[in-house]
Ligand binder design. Structure first.
Ligand code: GLN
Ligand code: ZN
Length: 741
């Protein structure tokens, strides 16, 4: 055990973005998948990005460089491969890794879901009786060697055994998996690696006694490996709580704490004082500059054998650099830090602390001096006027009253057919938007193209015989960014891309000030669409929780207050749509589940204000106006009471995949329901028989007056050919069933 180091580099980050500052990895992946380049080309791009990252972190002065934070698709998938958890059906595919990630003809990919409370999606490890765990350490070892060849010693980062197994719902396989981790530690020690980072974010959630026992077993066993690197167990996205004393009681040398969301542990918990604490004082979840006072106070209050300055989680969740954002208003820009700037903050805090330790004997934070990297407290706090409590708003009439008013007004047939909002987004439209941005196309010409697209979408739906039409959302680049661009209090970035999954990135807007709506946003397009047809056309809005969930949000106000401000802006839009003659308005809330706090104790409060915000956004509508909501693929069954509480007249949910289970659960709602009749993720066209079978299942669980017929989600990722064929079968199936009523 003589090889275990006694000190840790003074500054580090838990991980770094990997898609490339110019989304180089996205392009390389798409080119490889389409057969335009080879696997060797892709690997060259990956190696180039890794080199660029190590060089940059070193240049910024960071002491501890991580490796194995790069991934060609997903770090959880990488861990599954590391441990040999590759389901048999993928092994003969030409490229098993991407077969698991994306599927092949005839082979569905692994299930994908959200990483804790972030908007990053990982592939769920599939662990069953056939899984034979077997270590393949080529990726972490390869990255250690690759960095070393460039002159950098690195700390490989791997998802820890407890989190990995909890994600795969297979904690009973701990014994086998630990065998692989023991072997991994031996291999890293043989390679001369000083420290390994095992990420255990699952430990910040509520854990049962049995799960805590697993934590103890895991780290006792890994600690007992004779030849191994130092063990650094990191946590993220909250406070370790009851996991902390358990972890502190094991032989691990270093423990990482999220000190942005969590606070400094008060007592010397079961030996924490003898450990190295890697202190996450720079947030990896937001884009704000760090308050040096707050960070240095936390660092100074920690009792540990060594305190290392770090980030609260991987910087994967923030964009690369502010250097690309010259167009941001200077006052705002000065308050921001992306990944590169956050690394500079970590380094500056470590230096300030070193100086403070020298001058103050380590007891209190030292003077905050720095070459412009850290801010004074006054500069950091945006000046906000105290917000008045939101004025109470009137609730809508009870559902039976609304339902009667709507039925008389809308006169829809039984089993009304509709879609979720978007129609295929064509390359021409995206190109036209880019052309407007660059000045090559005039706004008026662009608007004519959007109108032409709306007309096409209306005519397609009329031809298919749908009952409630949509305008197709051709004017929207994204369901959140579009609203952010039209509301005050938001800024949008030029290059602020963040990985969502695989090659997919989003560019979250920055909500930095009080939100208000200077002018109507969607009314122009809604009225144009309605002017083309006598069928009702749904107005289409994004809900307040989702707009906030998919943005970077100011941290000087409680999240609830921010969501209420957005709700009031949406409320005005609902009113204006109604005044312009829109009789059905859909307000989507697909991120309702995503913001649910990880700890159960905090969930009820969140759900209460999230539901209140939605009702605030929608309750300005009169009884005759029908409010729809769409919850998407959002593990709806975990928040059923809240979805019911939204009190929407019609709720559309995914059900083609989750099936009978969800139908049983939502049948108690007592209002309109549109369980999706086909999965829009696949290019496959469902037959009329299939749709009829799914509808029959819905009619078995719900009274016919309440059932709506619609796909699982919006159609923007599909082609017109697929959409028209699929919807034609949906209409056929519906008509067959109607004729039997
Ligand atoms: N109205 C949106 C659309 O159809 C809903 C998207 C979503 O649920 N994520 O595209
Ligand atoms: Zn959806």
């Amino acid at each position: 055990m003589s090889s275990i180091p006694t000190s840790f580099p003074a500054s580090t980050v838990l991980g770094y973005p990997r898609i490339g500052p110019r989304r180089e990895l996205k392009r390389a992946l798409e080119s490889y998948w389409s057969g335009r380049s080879t696997r060797a080309d892709l690997d060259r791009t990956g190696a180039g990005l890794r080199e660029q990252t190590w060089r940059q972190l070193a240049e910024l002065g960071l002491a501890g460089l991580p490796s194995n934070t790069f991934s060609l698709y997903d770090h959880v998938l990488d861990t599954a491969v590391l441990l040999g958890a590759v389901p048999a059906r993928y092994r003969d595919a030409p490229d098993p890794y991407f077969a698991m990630a994306r599927g092949t003809d005839g082979l569905a990919p692994l299930r994908m879901t959200k990483w804790f409370d972030t908007n990053y999606h990982y592939l769920v490890p599939e662990i069953d009786a056939d899984t034979v765990f077997k270590l393949d350490a080529s990726k972490p070892l390869g990255e250690v060697r690759e960095a070393r060849a460039l002159g950098f010693e690195t700390r490989p980062v791997v998802v820890g055994p407890v989190t990995f197994l909890l994600l795969g719902s297979a904690l009973d396989r701990l014994d086998e998996v630990l065998g692989c981790y023991e072997e991994l530690l031996g291999a890293l020690a043989a390679e001369g690696v000083a420290w390994v980072q095992l990420d255990e974010p699952a430990l910040v959630g509520d854990r049962t006694a049995e799960e805590l026992a697993a934590v103890r077993v895991a780290y006792e066993r890994l600690g007992a490996v004779a030849e191994r690197p130092g063990l650094f167990v990191s946590s993220s996205f909250g406070e370790l709580g009851e996991s902390l004393p358990v972890l502190a009681g094991t032989p691990v040398e270093a423990i990482g704490l999220d000190l942005v969301r969590g606070s400094v542990p008060v007592a010397d918990l079961g030996g924490l004082g003898g450990k190295i604490v890697v202190a996450g004082v720079v947030s990896g979840r937001d884009v704000w500059r760090t308050s040096p006072e707050r960070a240095l106070a936390a660092l100074g209050a920690l009792r540990a054998s060594q305190v290392v300055v770090s980030t609260s989680c991987s910087l994967l969740h923030v964009p690369y650099s502010l250097a690309d954002e010259a167009e941001l208003e200077a006052g705002l820009r000065g308050r921001l830090a992306f990944a590169e700037e956050k690394v500079a903050e970590v380094v500056a805090l470590a230096e300030a602390r070193l100086r403070g330790t020298a001058e103050h004997g380590g007891a209190s934070p030292g003077p905050v001096e720095h070459a412009g990297v850290l801010l004074d407290h006054d500069e950091h706090e945006p000046s906000v006027a105290l917000l008045p409590e939101p004025v109470p708003v009137e609730e809508r009439s009870p559902y039976p009253v609304r339902a009667a008013a709507q039925a008389g007004h809308l006169r829809l047939p039984p089993l009304p057919t509709t879609t979720i909002g978007s129609f295929p987004q064509t390359g021409e439209l995206r190109a036209a938007r880019a052309a407007v941005a660059s000045g090559a196309l005039s706004q008026a010409d662009y608007e004519r193209r959007v109108e032409a697209e709306i007309e096409r979408v209306i005519r397609v739906q009329e031809r298919l015989g749908l009952d409630v039409l949509v305008h197709g959302e051709p004017e929207r680049n994204d369901m959140v960014q579009y609203f952010a661009e039209h509301l005050d209090g938001f800024a949008v970035t030029r290059n602020g891309w963040v990985q969502s999954y695989g090659s997919r990135c989003t560019r979250p807007p920055i909500l930095h000030g009080d939100v208000s709506r200077p002018a109507p946003i969607t009314v122009r397009w809604a009225t144009y669409a309605q002017s083309l047809t006598t069928q009702p056309v749904k107005g289409m809005l994004t809900g307040p929780v989702t707009i906030v969930a998919w943005s970077f949000v100011r941290d000087d106000l409680p999240l609830r207050d921010v969501v209420f401000q957005v709700a009031d802006a949406i409320r005005e839009e609902v009113r204006d749509l109604e005044a312009a003659g829109t009789s059905i308005i859909q307000v989507d809330e697909p991120a309702l589940r995503e913001l649910l706090p990880l700890r159960r104790a905090a969930q009820a409060d969140y759900l209460e204000w999230a539901v209140a915000a939605y009702r605030r956004a929608t309750s300005g509508a009169g009884d005759r106006t029908q409010i729809h909501t769409h919850l998407c693929y959002s593990d709806a069954d975990q928040i059923l009471a809240a979805i019911d509480g939204l009190d929407a007249d019609v709720t559309t949910i995914e059900s083609a995949r989750s099936g009978a289970r969800i139908l049983g659960a939502v049948s108690a709602f007592g209002r309109g329901l549109g369980p999706g009749v086909y999965d829009i993720h696949s290019p496959r066209v469902p037959s009329a028989d299939e749709v009829e079978a799914l509808l029959g299942r819905a009619l078995g669980a719900l009274p016919v007056e309440r059932v709506w017929v619609n796909p699982d989600c919006g159609l923007k990722t599909r082609t017109y050919e697929e959409v028209e064929a699929s919807l034609a079968n949906v209409v056929t199936a519906t008509r067959r069933l109607r004729s039997t009523l």
